[in-house]
Ligand binder design. Structure first.
Ligand SMILES: Nc1ncnc2c1ncn2[C@@H]1O[C@H](COP(=O)(O)OP(=O)(O)O)[C@@H](O)[C@H]1O
Ligand SMILES: [Mg+2]
Length: 322
C-alpha cells in the first residue's frame, strides 16, 4: 500500500457544534468529530462504521466540504480543502461527490431522470448534446434501461432510484465518492445488488470510496480497510479482514459480536455492551468508551488512550486484544 498514491489525507480534523440555549448558562458543545487522522490511497475503499451519532456523517460531510471543519486539514490531491476559496472549491467539488442514504429525498420528484443526471453537467457548462450522451451512457452503466431517461423518480423502486443517484454522482467524473449509508434505506435483498454495482463502477472508473455504514456486515464486502468510530473518535483502523478476524479494540469486538450476520458460529461469545451511547456533550473522562467497556481498568477512567500503530493496524485502547 505504501507505494500507492495518497489521494486524501485528513489531519487532526474536528467538528464541534455549539448549541445555544436560552435556559443554559454559556454554550453547550457537541464534539461530533474529534481529532481524526486518516489517509486514503487511490482506488481503495475505506469503510467507516460505528453506532448512530458517532460522527460518521459529519466526517463525510466535512470531507466534501458540505460542513465547515472546526479545526484540521483536508488535503485532497495536494490541496487543503479547508482553505480553498469558494471559486476553487467549486471546481474541486467536481472531483468529490457524496451519495446519501435516502435516494428519494435526493431526487427532485418533478424532474425527469435524464435531466437529474445531466444537472451537474449543465451547471458546469457542458452543452446539451454532450450532456445527453453522457447521461444515457451513465444510466446504462448503472444498470437502467434507456427508457429511464424520460421517466420520473416515482416510477422507480428504491434500488433503481439509488442507481440514478449514483449515475448523477458520476456525471462529473469524480475521483473520490463519499457514500453515506447508501444502502441502509433499501431492502436487504436489493442491498447486495447495489453494493455489487458500487464495486463494478469502482473498477470501471478507478474510483476511491469512503463508505459509511452502521452495519458491519455491509462494509465488509466493499472495504479494503475499515475505520471504527466511537463518540467522534477513531478507535480502530485496520485492513478489513484483520478487523473481522481479530478485532483489537473492545468496542470493535462488541460491535462484531452483536451483529447476527457476522456472527454465524455459535462459539463466538456475544458481548452485550452496558448502557447507552453517552451524550456527546458531557463525554466520559479518560477513554470515552470506558463506562461500557468489559475490559475497563482504573487507568481507562483517567487517561485517554492515544491511537497507536500496531503492524497494519491503529488502535486507541490501553489494553487492546491480541
Ligand atoms: N447540525 C448539527 N447541530 C448540532 N449537532 C449536530 C448537528 N449535526 C450532527 N450533530 C450531532 O453530532 C453528532 C454526530 O452526528 P452524525 O455525524 O450525524 O453521526 P452519525 O452519522 O454517525 O449517526 C451527534 O451527536 C449529532 O446529534
Ligand atoms: Mg449518519
Amino acid at each position: 500500500m505504501s507505494t500507492q498514491k495518497v489521494i486524501l489525507s485528513v489531519n487532526a480534523l474536528s467538528k464541534n457544534y455549539e448549541l445555544g440555549s436560552a435556559f443554559s448558562r454559556g454554550k453547550e458543545v457537541v464534539h461530533a468529530v474529534e481529532n481524526i487522522n486518516l489517509e486514503i490511497v487511490e482506488g481503495e475503499t475505506l469503510g467507516i462504521v460505528g453506532e448512530s451519532g458517532c460522527g460518521k456523517s459529519t466526517l463525510g460531510r466535512m470531507i466534501v466540504r458540505l460542513e465547515e471543519p472546526t479545526a484540521g486539514e483536508i488535503i485532497f490531491e495536494g490541496e487543503d480543502l479547508a482553505k480553498l476559496s469558494n471559486k476553487n472549491l467549486r471546481s474541486m467539488r467536481k472531483r468529490l461527490q457524496m451519495i446519501f442514504q435516502d435516494p428519494y429525498a435526493s431526487l427532485n420528484p418533478r424532474r425527469q431522470i435524464g435531466k437529474i443526471v445531466e444537472e451537474p453537467l449543465r451547471v458546469h457548462g457542458v452543452d446539451k448534446a454532450e450532456r445527453e450522451k453522457i447521461a444515457k451512457d451513465l444510466l446504462r452503466r448503472v444498470g437502467l434501461d434507456l427508457e429511464a431517461y424520460e421517466k420520473y423518480p416515482h416510477e422507480f423502486s428504491g434500488g433503481q432510484r439509488q442507481r440514478v443517484v449514483i449515475a448523477r454522482a458520476l456525471a462529473l467524473s469524480p475521483r473520490l465518492v463519499v457514500a453515506d449509508e447508501p444502502v441502509s434505506a433499501l431492502d436487504v435483498s436489493i442491498q447486495a445488488q447495489v453494493l455489487n454495482l458500487f464495486k463494478d463502477l469502482q473498477k470501471e472508473f478507478n474510483l476511491t470510496y469512503i463508505f459509511i455504514a452502521h452495519d458491519l456486515g455491509v462494509v465488509r464486502h466493499v472495504s479494503d480497510r475499515i475505520a471504527v468510530m466511537y463518540l467522534g473518535k477513531l478507535v480502530e483502523l485496520a485492513p478489513a479482514d484483520d478487523l473481522y478476524e481479530s478485532p483489537a479494540h473492545p468496542y470493535t469486538k462488541a460491535l462484531l459480536s452483536a451483529n447476527p450476520r457476522m456472527n454465524s458460529d455459535d462459539k463466538t461469545e456475544r458481548i452485550i455492551l452496558k448502557g447507552d451511547i453517552p451524550n456527546p456533550i458531557n463525554r466520559p473522562s479518560g477513554c470515552v468508551f470506558h463506562p461500557r467497556c468489559p475490559k475497563m481498568q482504573d487507568l481507562c477512567k483517567s487517561e485517554s488512550p492515544a491511537l497507536i500503530q500496531i503492524g497494519d493496524r491503529q488502535v486507541a485502547c490501553h489494553f487492546p486484544e491480541n
